[in-house]
Write a protein that binds this ligand. Structure first.
Ligand SMILES: C[S@@+](CC[C@H](N)C(=O)[O-])C[C@H]1O[C@@H](n2cnc3c(N)ncnc32)[C@H](O)[C@@H]1O
Length: 148
């Protein structure tokens, strides 16, 4: 698809397979060329919900240690009061959820060296010209690393 658009990458892409609950993934990332002295960007969408609060906090702590000032991070805002859990057709997925830091994710980040910004889902949807009849109360959080 990119070739059809004559799109050319402006960076290299290096995949580093990892179980993020196992120790050593940060070292393997650095060994693969990740430069901790330069600002980076993390996309953590759809991951933390599969972890416990302790596991999510540990993962985000490591991410913080790898994030030079000015680094960016984005993730979905933890669900709270979301009716999707009641949908039996996706129980095979939701049964795997351990909730991560849940609705406290943004506060955790703010307490651990990140400047956060909340983006309610209905606001994001409206921005893309797809207004929502029922705001779900979920959304996204973006964050900028303040300290190293
Ligand atoms: C709902 S998907 C998110 C997909 C992602 N946002 C994307 O667009 O590709 C959840 C992802 O979390 C990954 N995951 C869950 N637990 C993990 C772990 N302990 N280590 C590494 N990846 C994990 C799964 O492999 C899966 O790719």
């Amino acid at each position: 698809m990119l070739a059809a658009e004559s799109a050319a990458p402006r960076c290299d892409r290096t995949a580093v397979p990892a179980d993020l609950l196992s120790p050593g993934w940060a070292d393997r990332l650095v060994d693969a060329g990740f430069d901790v002295t330069r600002p980076t960007a993390w996309l953590v969408e759809g991951l933390l919900v599969y972890l416990t609060a302790e596991e999510a906090a540990a993962l985000l702590s490591t991410v913080g240690e790898l994030s030079a000032p000015g680094s960016r991070l984005a993730l979905e805002r933890g669900r709270s009061g979301n009716t999707v859990l009641d949908d039996p057709s996706i129980a095979h997925v939701t049964s795997l959820w351990k909730d991560g830091l849940g609705a406290g994710t943004a506060d955790w980040l703010a307490d651990h060296g990140w400047h956060i910004e909340n983006h309610p889902l209905d606001t994001v949807a409206a921005h893309y010209g797809r207004p929502m009849a029922n705001a779900s109360g979920t959304g996204f959080v973006t964050a900028v690393r303040a300290t190293h």
